[in-house]
Ligand binder design. Structure first.
Ligand code: NAI
Ligand code: MG
Length: 340
């Protein structure tokens, strides 16, 4: 396996080091190339994502990213110039974010064994496509438009992937989350595509939920969800709440997938570079290790992925209440559990 690693800034390198410990324990034959991208490179050289680096990234089987960002970089520069650019250039159209509440994990819904869902968020369209602009800027007549782009092609491939995932899961249940009553045009397209694709998956039960109601149910009745399919913006919101009710930021993993496998997919913890705790050795690397499990699944190594997940489940169930432990100690424990 040829893996490109972008450790990034802040706690990024710290959690990535532990993730790689676990990965190389499970799959010894990994060929790793490390790329220096993020806030520190931007400060040093003004570069965000040189074309030569993008070309090299394409030559790998997958990418592992820690986190990028620093308070000294103006908002938006790294997000647009690096993270979103990678997602668009490598056509990461499925943003995959599982949320499962493991036994032993604290949080607002601790102990709720029914939380085991996966959000399939569209990753390259919606309001994030960059269609829009400002007219008559800095005048009382200023106009700002932010157009949500929804193509049949873009919606269909994401909906299809969500059905495939639902069909492989025990519950075989899929919920479309949207706001079809108000966002009627895109809502129609999404609903129609879900209906169409559902014909090919007769074993999958289909439900629909408005985004606002979904936010209530995620807290009051999360067990109703199995696979959620949704657009880019709603998916961004849903996955933060799903993370909050399933153990928080230290446990939220994600995959930015090109499910056509033309380009390498990218796996990363949902959290950022956490400058407030960087260097203290207290960052929880579990979200990064869970992202490694997603990576192994994507590359067709489900047995290894299950071993990594089982290691995490065991570790979470046996952690000292209220204490994560040192970053390296968690990594050592998970690596030992996963490779034993
Ligand atoms: P953040 O996720 O970095 O931190 C939020 C809070 O959660 C902080 O109190 C932090 O200490 C804590 N936290 C985060 N990850 C943790 C972990 N693994 N273990 C224990 N505690 C953890 O979000 P914030 O503070 O809004 O952003 C910090 C920087 O990260 C910004 O520059 C932001 O732009 C960037 N960022 C980068 C992302 C990425 O690379 N994909 C995603 C989100 C933010
Ligand atoms: Mg977010």
């Amino acid at each position: 396996m040829k893996l490109a690693v972008i450790p990034g800034d802040g706690i990024g390198p710290e959690v990535v080091a532990e993730g790689l410990k676990v990965l190389t324990g499970v799959i010894p034959q990994v060929e790793i190339s490390t790329y220096d991208l993020g806030a520190s490179r931007w400060h040093r050289t003004g570069e965000l994502l040189p074309d030569s680096v993008l070309r090299e990234l394409r030559g790998h089987d997958a990418i592992l990213l820690g986190a990028v960002g620093d308070p000294t970089v103006p908002a938006g520069i790294l997000e647009r110039g690096l993270l979103l650019r990678i997602r668009f250039e490598l056509d990461h159209h499925v943003n995959l974010r599982p949320a499962r509440l493991y036994p032993g994990v604290t949080g607002p819904l601790a102990g709720d064994q029914s939380i085991d869902l996966v959000v399939v968020r569209e990753g390259t369209e919606g309001p994030y496509a960059g269609a829009g602009g400002l007219l008559r800027k800095d005048s009382p007549h200023e106009i700002a438009t932010e157009v949500s782009v929804n193509t049949y092609f873009g919606v269909e491939r994401v909906v299809r992937n969500a059905f495939e995932r639902a069909n492989r899961r025990a519950r075989k249940h899929l919920t479309l989350v949207h706001k079809t009553n108000v966002l009627a045009y895109s809502g129609q397209l999404w609903s129609r595509v879900v209906e169409e694709v559902s014909m090919e998956y007769p074993d999958v039960a289909v439900a629909y939920c408005h985004i606002d109601a979904a936010m209530i149910y995620l807290v009051t009745d999360p067990g109703r969800f199995d696979v959620i399919v949704t657009d880019n913006l709603f998916g961004d919101i849903i996955t933060d709440l799903a993370a909050a009710v399933s153990g928080g930021i230290g446990l939220a993993a994600s995959g930015n997938l090109d499910v056509s496998r033309t380009n390498p997919s990218m796996f990363e913890p949902v959290h950022g570079s956490a400058p407030d705790i960087a260097g203290t050795g207290t960052a929880d690397p579990t979200a990064t290790v869970l992202s490694i499990a997603l990576l192994l699944d994507h590359l067709g190594m489900p047995d290894s992925a299950r071993r990594v997940e089982a290691a995490i489940a065991f570790d979470l169930a046996t952690r000292q209440p209220g204490s994560v432990g040192r970053t390296q100690a968690v990594g050592d424990r998970l690596a030992a559990l996963a490779s034993s």
